[in-house]
Design a protein around this ligand. Structure first.
Ligand SMILES: C[S@@+](CC[C@H](N)C(=O)[O-])C[C@H]1O[C@@H](n2cnc3c(N)ncnc32)[C@H](O)[C@@H]1O
Length: 385
């Protein structure tokens, strides 16, 4: 495919997404209909589509409309590339750009930096002078991070094994087990380092949330909102811990036994009933459902789908989960709250609300990671009594 044909394909896929088709489904549907597209074409189209989804507001302003075509015109203008070289009207290329497809000046910072208008004041309140750098970071593609599985190898061993598979990775400063991939990211899933459980795909801040816990052999640890189990596996890499995983949506834990097998890790999956009937845990990690604002680079639809009402609903859920789980923590144990969000409403405010109504609890640790510092956005707080 020519670069122009890739842009035309992206326009059509974006139109499907704007009409309500989920991004992955729209991309897969296009790939199935387009057998002529090779793996490089599919990767390039995917990149175009995700960039346009991350930068939907600014590209629509620059491109003159909130359509697939408007977004791709906006993308070319944002990149400063020659529109006439791509929008040629030739076979498979998009039609030439007309006079009524002029861009316009941004209406304000929220539009320029691709944050929903209603959210911008809260975003600024949460992030202060980091609001614009964080919003700009969210306009760009997320880096690819790996967690080195210390059960099976060490940092140097993992880097060497990846290199043998044609993947270049360097140590990431956010966590001792984290690597950032600089070349060959698309080959990870097929690499032997991955297949043999030497590395797992996991953001460095997600790893750092686990690394921030004081863990020593003999502790019983429950990952209560385990999802796919990324943090459960990171916990289970600590020698001598007894690790339990739970999620209200049991289907999300389906792949965990296979992943644990690959990693040589032991994780016991618990139902909700089993989790509440267990003796108290030394550590309960609550990686709570949240807006996902720290991972909007990877899942940009979430940025545009979030509403004020949903944010409110999430903070209520977060507060309720903390209250519901505090009895599962052994005296002297830790209730570790975490979100992949950078919004104060879901982070400090929830923790403060919990401490306000549970005066026998105190906070011993709090940290926020920002996308502007090279990881996903994350928050954690440790609560003890
Ligand atoms: C942020 S995700 C967890 C991500 C996961 N810990 C990881 O590292 O990949 C939040 C999870 O909480 C689960 N969840 C939502 N409400 C819950 C509840 N009331 N109790 C337990 N889990 C819940 C969701 O199903 C979802 O898998």
């Amino acid at each position: 495919m020519t670069p122009a044909a890739r842009v035309q394909a992206s326009i059509e896929i974006l139109d499907d997404i704007l009409a309500g088709v989920p991004a992955e489904k729209a991309l897969t549907g296009w790939a199935r209909r387009s057998r002529y597209a090779g793996s490089k074409d599919r990767a390039a189209v995917r990149d175009h589509v995700f960039a346009a989804l991350r930068c939907q507001r600014s590209y629509a302003a620059l491109g003159g409309s909130q359509t697939g075509r408007g977004l791709m015109i906006g993308a070319q203008r944002a990149a400063g590339t020659d529109l006439n070289a791509v929008f040629t009207g030739d076979r498979h290329a998009p039609a030439t750009v007309s006079g009524d497809e002029e861009g316009r000046a941004f209406a304000g910072d929220a539009e320029q930096y691709d944050i929903p208008e209603w959210l911008w004041p809260r975003f600024q309140m949460s992030l202060g002078d980091q609001a614009i750098p964080v919003a700009q970071a969210l306009q760009n593609r997320a880096p690819v991070h790996l967690r080195v599985n210390l059960i099976k190898t060490d940092i140097a061993g993992a880097i060497a094994a990846l290199e043998a598979d044609g993947i270049q990775a360097q140590v990431h400063p956010a966590c001792d087990t984290a690597l950032e991939v600089s070349e060959g990211a698309r080959m990870i899933a097929q690499s032997s380092a991955y297949a043999n459980g030497l590395v797992e795909l996991q953001d460095a801040a997600s790893q750092a949330v686990v690394a921030a816990l004081e863990l020593h052999p003999g502790l019983r640890v429950l990952d209560y909102c385990a999802g796919g189990g990324g943090k459960s596996l990171a916990l289970a890499a600590h020698p001598g811990l007894e690790v339990f995983a739970h999620d209200v949506n049991a289907a999300r834990l389906r792949d965990l036994p296979v992943r644990a097998g690959r990693a040589g890790a032991k994780v016991t999956v618990l139902t909700t009933d089993e989790a509440t009937r267990q003796p108290p845990f030394d550590v309960v990690l609550v990686d709570a459902p949240c807006s996902g604002s720290g991972s909007w680079r990877r899942a940009p639809a979430g940025k545009w789908a979030l509403t004020e009402a949903r944010l409110q609903e999430l903070t209520t859920i977060q507060f309720n989960i903390l209250n519901q789980l505090s009895p599962l923590v052994a005296p002297g144990g830790v209730l570790a709250y975490a979100t992949c969000s950078m919004l104060a409403d879901e982070n400090g405010a929830v923790v403060d609300g919990f401490l306000h109504s549970n005066t026998d609890w105190r906070e011993s640790f709090r940290k926020t990671w920002l996308v502007s510092h090279g990881t996903d956005g994350f928050f954690t707080a440790h609560l003890t009594r």
